[in-house]
Write a protein that binds this ligand. Structure first.
Ligand SMILES: *[C@@H]1O[C@H](CO)[C@@H](O)[C@H](O)[C@H]1NC(C)=O
Ligand SMILES: *[C@@H]1O[C@H](CO)[C@@H](O)[C@H](O)[C@H]1NC(C)=O
Length: 259
């Protein structure tokens, strides 16, 4: 069952929103539901607190630039396939709290140094991200300075407008769920040939494992079933966040401390 969470009172937001310096990371309870065991996909209602959602929105405001994608040689490019705008978030008490939650979620054996900086992504009208995988095929993007490939992804809906149309996260190669209780999180009106589309619901997240095989790292391969897209936003807006965990430690210059 999905729990509901009491939002913070307004005064708490006003008092704390200005500064994250005295922020105490709460023992925040969220829910989890396994969507698929293979590939591993877990839906997480209430992953962010209301306060965190507000904070991420305010610290990312005005920092967005057009999202880029990396080509086979590792170079970053603008591309018509990714029209959203994104920004790496500065490390602060709130982002570290969220990172800690993302690490604990994955067990206790992943150090913080395996995390890429949190990346906020803003999708406005018509903006999208065409089908892609988060894992890379080029050795240049998975070299040891980058900590190898991307082991897992969280896509977190920081805040979406209530009237949003479109903007779902679609996995075309997954099978649609049979149980209609999933319909509050998944668009059940889509045809079976469209795979699975998670609805963009504020503060919820989708977690998935990008690589399969080889526990020690050797022999891990990208799981093509994790192909997904950010559907175009047809009405309203969507602010999201990527949390990417690499297989190993990233060089300091690629970690959030340096941003
Ligand atoms: C942080 O807490 C200290 C000690 O309680 C207090 O003196 C200070 O004013 C607080 N800073 C902010 C920005 O709230
Ligand atoms: C989400 O966005 C709406 C509309 O822009 C805004 O009114 C609301 O305060 C935001 N909520 C959070 C938690 O940031």
């Amino acid at each position: 069952m999905v729990q509901s969470f009491l939002p913070l009172p307004l005064w708490a937001l006003l008092v704390t929103a200005a500064s994250a310096k005295n922020y105490t990371c709460p023992n925040h309870l969220y829910s989890v539901q396994i969507f698929s065991e293979d590939p591993l996909i877990i839906y997480i209602p209430g992953f962010l607190t209301e306060y965190e959602s507000h904070h991420l929105e305010s610290v990312s405001a005005g920092r967005f630039t057009s999202s880029q994608i990396a080509d086979q040689s590792g170079q970053q490019h603008l591309a018509s396939t990714r029209t959203s705008r994104s920004t790496s978030l500065h490390s602060d008490e709130v982002s570290r709290c969220i990172e800690e939650r993302a690490l604990q979620f994955q067990g206790y054996d992943i150090p913080r140094t395996h995390l890429e900086p949190l990346q906020a992504v803003q999708y406005s009208l018509g903006e999208k991200y065409a089908p892609h995988t988060d894992w890379f095929t080029s050795p240049l993007q998975t070299s040891s300075e980058y900590g190898g490939n991307r082991l897992s992804s969280f896509f977190v809906y920081i805040n979406t407008s209530d009237d949003i149309v479109g903007g779902g996260t679609q996995f075309p190669l997954l099978d649609a769920p049979n149980d209609e209780r999933w319909c509050k999180f998944v668009n059940c009106d889509a045809g079976w040939e469209d795979g699975v589309t998670f609805r963009p619901i504020s503060r919820n997240a989708v977690y998935w494992r990008n690589l399969r095989g080889g526990k020690s790292g050797k022999g891990r391969i990208g799981d093509r079933r994790t192909l997904h897209s950010g559907q175009p936003v047809q009405r309203g807006k969507k602010l999201g966040m990527n949390i990417w965990t690499r297989e190993a430690e990233l060089d300091g210059i690629y970690r959030s401390e340096a941003v």
